[in-house]
Design a protein around this ligand. Structure first.
Ligand SMILES: Nc1ncnc2c1ncn2[C@@H]1O[C@H](COP(=O)(O)OP(=O)(O)O)[C@@H](O)[C@H]1O
Ligand SMILES: [Mg+2]
Length: 266
């Protein structure tokens, strides 16, 4: 067995280069986080604290300046098949069917032959509950269904780590709750390590094994909360007094951070 955590982020810093101002901007600094194999981690924090940047760095779409990132014990600083991203807006190709879109991620990777891609597309379309919709086009699907296709596409590439950046933010409240419960089912079947970003605290507490709170200026980790609820979880856990206490504690930390920013910007 690999003794390493699935994801090891060690004292990592990322700086954007601001072209017009000819200076660097620290998006986040000194971020350290270990994530176990199969763990579901949610990251929350005020807008602009560097959540998306951190996820993009873990995806390898941006390269970190300092520190290190290991996935499955292997040092990485760039994209690779070990990680797959689900974006906030379903980034589907409008001219491809559901099956064609799910195949697309695998085609880009060139890891599987045709027959395997077809079989995997089938398997993951079923897993996300879209059997029967294989030949539909994205424009013929609801927002929630489009996000399921996005998820199936990411899972079909068989990543070690699934990265999700506010994937349900554009959905209405009801669809969102439904998708949260569905995601937990899919996650328990797929057995993947997940890093999930959201600005909704209750979504984070409902989904996660651990909630990481980020603060800003520069972005960094402010707190880590273990979420004790047993699995499988139903939506009724959201009414548990302990659930409410946890969301309150996390809110308090974020509010403290928001107040600090206001003081700085005045
Ligand atoms: N391409 C970019 N160039 C320069 N600064 C950026 C860029 N993208 C994001 N930022 C800045 O980095 C900080 C973190 O952004 P982001 O990671 O998007 O935060 P979050 O996802 O938590 O809202 C913000 O201050 C933002 O303005
Ligand atoms: Mg963001």
């Amino acid at each position: 067995m690999n003794p390493h955590p699935k994801v090891e982020i060690d004292r990592m810093t990322y700086r954007y280069w601001l072209e017009r101002e000819e200076r660097e901007f620290v998006a986040f600094s000194d971020v350290s986080l270990d994530i176990a194999d199969g763990e579901f981690v949610c990251i929350v924090g005020p807008s602009g604290c560097g959540k998306t940047t951190l996820l993009n760095v873990v995806a390898g779409l941006l390269r970190y300046n300092e520190g290190s990132l290991r996935v499955g014990g292997v040092l990485v600083n760039g994209p690779g098949v070990s990680r797959s991203m689900v974006f906030q807006h379903a980034s589907l190709l409008p001219w491809r069917t559901v099956a064609g879109n799910v195949r697309y991620g695998m085609e880009m990777q060139r890891r599987f032959d045709r027959a395997t891609m077809d079989a995997r597309a089938d398997q993951f379309i079923k897993l996300v509950g879209l059997a029967g919709f294989e030949q539909r086009y994205p424009s013929e699907l609801s927002g929630g269904m489009q996000q399921r296709v996005n998820l199936a596409r990411a899972l079909a590439t068989d990543p070690e780590v699934l990265l999700m950046d506010e994937p349900f933010a554009a959905l209405d409240a009801q669809t969102r709750e439904f998708m949260q419960a569905e995601l937990l089912k899919i996650w328990s079947r797929a057995g993947k390590t997940v890093i999930f970003i959201t600005h909704q605290i209750d979504e984070a507490v409902y989904l996660a094994d651990r909630v990481i709170v980020m603060g800003t200026r520069p972005g960094r980790i402010k707190g880590k909360f273990d979420i004790p609820f047993e699995r499988p979880r139903t939506l009724s856990v959201k009414r548990d007094p302990q659930f409410l206490r946890l969301t309150d504690d996390i809110w308090a930390l974020i509010e403290e951070e928001a107040a600090r920013i206001n003081v700085i910007s005045q």
